[in-house]
Ligand binder design. Structure first.
Ligand code: SF4
Length: 446
């Protein structure tokens, strides 16, 4: 398996974050084309033709969403650089290594949406990313890319950086970030419908994660056809995967969608596993996803998964975040810890999230500790089903309970025998909690 870089193009260059290095290698060429050579409608056409989908995990068509929003007077673009999923460090590293790609992508999106302002919401505790991004914004402003009329369009876009607390509820970003910008309560707001745009100071805004925007400069400069030629028919292009856990070379790798399996990523790109063993487990976006032999055949392709592509592989592909756990860690331990964290992140507005996620987290902790009587597995599965459909049933505002549901469903799928074993009276607790390298302790080599 080989890397194919679109999002991370040029990330290996020395001083890749500097404006002159970025410009020397064609940087801001996509923005110039969007502002000077074609109009906003043609930018939307190009992105739609490329088939670009949102990289945050929802995989919705970007161009189609822009076209639907075209008549809605979108006042601003909000950029989400807050990723809170366990093991995900893609957007943060993008901001640290390629800040001008992020700024250029935001300029292109703002132009397509006729938005005059961009709010960059970045985690307050990511000091290096904030500092690099702040410096890059100053460089771009001094060079005339920000705040001044650009090209024949004459469209000027202003940028503001908003440090936000983190981590945040993983599904709440679209309707939570505008509240944080307004200094309102740190709670996701109810939307008028699934496709309704969030509002900021009374006007519609569009929210995109950093990686989605990072694809735009290359699509505009290299052309939609080149992007469309990669990957599959419904999910074209590449995916940048954050790989951590028990691998020899954790890191950020960009591959063509569907060009290999999770095992290929581990062996060919991440240097293989730290220790040999048959109980290897893969977590995608913090939820148990694969175990054992299945790891070597499951493709890194959203189309192959039941969510989002409706494929035969049960579970959620997520955003391309892989945490590898060897047999020094039982999946139930990791799942129980992350489920507890997810339950604590809920803001408390919706009873289903507040009570349901906490109940599931408590039951899973009891199972992990073992030797407990009274964990009723059928009741556990019934509650799980309620949480999984809570957003569709109108019982949760932002869909955060689906995180708890995905973690538990994944565990039931890849380790059902672990759960029933732990439910037996007299079983010892799972306490072999081996250390896992986290995003903070990974030094990336490109
Ligand atoms: S689902 Fe949870 S995190 Fe989302 S608004 Fe409701 S209580 Fe808050």
């Amino acid at each position: 398996m080989q890397e194919r870089r679109w999002l991370l193009e040029g990330v290996e260059r020395p001083d890749a974050d500097a404006l002159d290095v970025y410009r020397r290698n064609g940087g801001y060429g996509g923005a110039w084309r969007a502002f000077d050579e074609i109009d906003a409608r043609a930018v939307i056409d190009e992105v739609e033709k490329a088939g670009l989908r949102g990289a945050g995990g929802g995989w919705r068509h970007v161009g189609t969403r822009w076209r639907q929003a075209a008549g809605q007077d979108v006042r601003a673009l909000v950029v989400d650089v807050t990723e809170s999923e366990a093991g995900r460090f893609r957007d943060r590293k993008l901001a640290e290594r390629l800040p001008h790609r992020l700024i250029e992508g935001a300029l292109i999106a703002a132009h397509a949406l006729a938005a005059d302002e961009v709010y960059l919401c970045i985690r307050a505790d990511w000091r290096r990313a904030r500092s690099v991004l702040g410096h890059a914004l100053a460089e771009a402003e001094a060079a005339g890319w920000i705040g001044r009329p650009l090209g024949r369009s004459g469209h000027a876009v202003k940028f503001q950086v908003h440090p936000v607390p983190g981590p945040l509820p993983a599904r709440g970003g679209d309707h939570l970030l505008p509240n944080l910008i307004e200094c309102s309560r740190p709670e996701p707001r109810a939307a008028d419908g699934v496709d309704a745009l969030p509002t900021l100071f009374g006007a519609s805004v569009f929210v995109h994660c950093a990686a989605t925007l990072g694809y735009l400069p290359s699509i505009l400069s290299r052309g939609a056809d080149a992007f469309r030629a990669l990957g599959g028919k419904d999910f074209p292009g590449t995916v940048a995967v954050s790989v951590s856990g028990h691998v020899r070379r954790p890191g950020l790798f960009e591959i063509e969608i569907g060009s290999g399996s999770f095992g290929d990523v581990i062996d060919d790109l991440a240097g293989g596993t730290v220790a040999d063993g048959e109980s290897l487990a893969i977590f995608c976006d913090g939820a148990p996803a694969l175990r054992g032999e299945a790891i070597w055949s499951a493709p890194v392709d959203p189309a192959a998964w039941s969510h989002p592509g409706g494929g035969p592989q049960m579970g959620s592909f997520g955003s391309g975040t892989i945490v590898v756990a060897d047999e020094s860690v039982a999946p139930i331990e990791l799942a129980a810890n992350w489920l507890r964290d997810a339950a604590e992140l809920g803001c408390g507005q919706c009873p289903g999230c507040r009570e349901g996620s906490a109940w599931l987290a408590k039951q899973l902790q009891r199972l992990r500790e073992g030797g407990v009587a009274g964990v009723d597995l059928p009741a556990f599965e019934a509650r799980l089903q309620e949480l999984a459909t809570s957003e569709a049933d109108g019982l949760s505002i932002c869909g955060h309970p689906t995180v708890a549901a995905l973690i538990t469903q994944g565990l039931l799928q890849i380790a059902p025998e672990d759960l029933s074993q732990q439910a037996k009276p007299g079983v010892e607790p799972c306490t072999n909690d081996g250390p896992l390298r986290t995003a903070d302790s990974i030094h990336l080599r490109f």
